[in-house]
Ligand binder design. Structure first.
Ligand code: HSE
Length: 420
């Protein structure tokens, strides 16, 4: 019999304990051994968790319990779970974690410390979708060309409502929080940080990139307006918050940002709180993974899959390869990212304005692909919306800063990247 201890018996932890009980027969048949949740740790013992396991408020009751074989870490945070996971591993226990922030900062150290002990984390990225398993197992014969996806349900829900119903940003954020998907601090969702943690985990398995969130391009959905939404619709795009890892000539692009993508692409059709990830392998071509990115039972499904994998004896290295066997990929500097861009600016409505803008863009060798002028105000100004042909991030940023100095342009210039 295998005994599980759960650090953090919130929504997901309670689901893990309850599913281990309700699906005990198929879990035993698949794992080859009986698996039971023995105990759990919570901060507040007076709250009813709806579980039939022993609860303590001392994490060491789980981590140091010699009867516990596998510690499941669902606490959230970074440094406290890091210390507890290290202690569990030193005590010879296997670990399953759903903690994306812990992995975004400490995955390589944890792989070292775990050594031959299993440390699994399927639930950390895109909740119930088995994307880690796909990269660690199913696609291991491939060089990964790209990973691109919707890795945050809260922002996808918000964008879907803004685009389909013209909903207002603040109201829709409140609604997303009520659904229970949003992080405790929703700036984590809307600012792209939650998605960046997941992207970094996937990029480690695919490319061995040892980067932290601070090292990569992260932007959120805060600046998207109904003007951008209307432009996107007119020009055949959807706007999605994407995590993108892409192999290019000089390295690996890693970025999280609002993105215009063609309406006909599969990811563009993923609405509401759902997540979807596309992985392109050099041999298999494009593969697509879709499902619930959060929620108690969906996330617990991934946690228990890891537990079963451990009981079956899968002790492949945590990131899919041993340290020192990475393929030598480097993170591409952010300025060298190359893509198409959409620009939104408010300008004076008079002769010569367009000419002075295009002249400025020409200085940076930026070529306009499409353009729309919206004469919607009575104050002598209009909105100008452009898309560009491909150019480098450094060039578009320099061009934006030069454009801001033009007298005919008022306020900020908004920029959204486009992926075709
Ligand atoms: N806040 C996250 C989301 C939860 O909205 O997708 C899952 O990590």
């Amino acid at each position: 019999m295998i005994k599980i201890g759960i650090l953090g018996v919130g929504t997901v932890g309670a689901s893990v304990a309850n599913i281990l009980e309700s699906n005990a027969d198929i879990i035993e048949a698949r794992a080859g051994k009986k698996i039971i949740a023995k105990s759990g740790v919570v901060k507040n013992l007076s709250k009813d968790r709806g579980v039939n396991i022993f609860l303590s408020d001392n994490p060491l009751d789980v981590v140091d319990d010699p009867e516990i074989d596998i510690v499941v870490e669902l606490m959230g945070g970074v440094e406290e779970p890091f210390e507890l996971v290290k202690r569990a591993l030193k005590n010879g226990k296997a670990v399953v974690t759903a903690n994306k922030a812990l992995l975004a900062y400490h995955r390589y150290e944890l792989q070292e410390i775990a050594g031959e002990l299993p440390l699994m984390y399927e639930a950390s990225t895109a909740g119930g979708i088995p994307i880690i398993g796909a990269l660690r197992n199913g696609l291991t014969a491939n060089h990964i060309e790209s990973i691109q996806g919707i890795m945050n349900g809260t922002t996808n829900y918000m964008l879907t409502k803004m685009i389909n119903e013209g909903a207002k940003y603040d109201e829709i954020l409140k609604e997303a929080q009520e659904l229970g998907y949003a992080e405790a601090d929703p700036t984590f969702d809307v600012g792209g940080f939650d998605a960046s943690h997941k992207l970094l985990i996937l990029a480690s398995i695919a490319y061995g990139i040892d980067a932290k969130p601070e090292d990569i391009l992260i932007e959120g959905i805060e600046n998207i307006t109904q003007t951008d939404v209307a432009f996107a619709k007119e020009f055949g795009y959807e706007i999605k918050l994407l995590g993108i890892a892409k192999k290019v000539a000089n390295g690996i692009e890693l970025r999280v940002h609002s993105t215009m993508i063609p309406q006909e692409s599969m990811i563009a059709k993923v609405d509401g709180v759902m997540n979807a990830v596309s992985v392109v392998g050099d041999k298999v071509g494009e593969t697509m993974y879709y499902g619930a990115g959060a929620g108690g039972d969906a996330t617990a499904s991934a946690v228990i899959a890891d537990i079963i994998d451990i009981v079956r004896g899968n002790n492949a290295p945590m990131l899919g390869y041993k340290r020192g066997l990475e393929s030598g990929f480097n993170l591409l500097p952010q300025d060298e990212i190359t893509t198409n861009y959409y620009l939104r600016m408010e300008v004076d409505d008079r002769s010569g304005v367009l000419a002075s803008i295009t002249k400025e863009l020409e200085k940076f060798d930026i070529s306009i692909e499409s353009m729309l002028q919206k004469p919607h105000r009575n104050d002598g100004r209009v909105k100008l919306l452009f898309t560009t042909h491909k150019c480098q991030e450094a060039k578009i940023k320099e061009a934006i800063s030069a454009l801001k100095d033009l007298e005919c342009i008022h306020g900020d210039i908004a920029m959204i990247r486009i992926e075709k």
